[in-house]
Design a protein around this ligand. Structure first.
Ligand code: C5J
Length: 221
């Protein structure tokens, strides 16, 4: 079945059988009060506001039979997959691998690294563990999309200007059509949220399309 979403810069057409919902890094350490993100002084409510619309989108995508893919950013316990260029960023007192409020920060298997309860993956849904900001780098995402015949991605998650942007840019270079749901992606910085979304749809949709969840839900109904 084909459908069309009212979007910027023009309607986004998609086929349900070749489209996947991608949910990026909705992990406790980024989104929950008391997590790593808040410890750094960020206001997590700016990220948490994506949870209700994203939950609706997830339910609708599941009901429509869309392929659902969740990602988690994180590293091996020995940090062998975390280059110094990443490890040495951020607050010196709280870096990847250090003990954080919800376990070792961004380490696979730790409580804070996992996806929030509200958006917990179903047992048969795909969870991609990624060491980078982008969802393609050092993961099997491209193979997975090819195997499933996916050509379009509906992109959600956090944070807009970091992991969402990196993923959408990589996806666009690889030939995927991306619709970013504007109220289902979040940033700790309101100015980055606005600019990040505009950068995607500007110049005739240089990286893809943007639309609120409502428009996507209407297209699925
Ligand atoms: C960050 C992400 N911000 N998921 N990760 O480090 O955007």
């Amino acid at each position: 079945m084909t459908a069309s979403v009212e979007a910027e810069p023009y309607p986004f057409g998609f086929d349900l059988t070749t489209t996947a919902l991608l949910i990026i890094d909705m992990q406790r350490d980024f989104v929950e009060p008391g997590g790593f993100g808040e410890t750094l002084g960020n206001d997590v409510s700016l990220l948490r506001r994506v949870i209700p619309p994203l939950r609706e989108v997830l339910d609708a995508a599941r009901a429509a039979g869309l392929l659902v893919i969740h990602t988690r950013e994180g590293h091996l316990p020995d940090l062998s997959d975390c280059p110094p260029a990443k490890l040495n960023r951020g607050e010196p007192s709280l870096r990847i691998g250090d003990p954080g409020p919800k376990g070792r920060i961004l380490i696979r298997g730790e409580y804070g690294h996992d996806i929030i309860d509200e958006l917990r993956p179903l047992p048969d849904e795909i969870v991609i563990d990624k060491p980078g900001k982008g969802s393609f780098y050092a993961t099997g995402l491209q193979d997975l999309l090819e195997t499933n015949g996916i050509t379009s991605l509906v992109v959600t998650g956090v944070t807009t200007e970091v992991c969402v942007h990196t993923t959408v840019r990589e996806a666009n270079d690889r030939g995927y059509e991306c619709l970013v749901l504007s109220d289902c992606v979040g940033s700790y910085f309101p100015e980055f949220q606005d600019a990040g979304l505009h950068m995607i749809s500007a110049q005739g949709g240089i990286f893809g399309w943007t639309a609120p969840a409502k428009h996507f839900l209407e297209a699925l109904a």
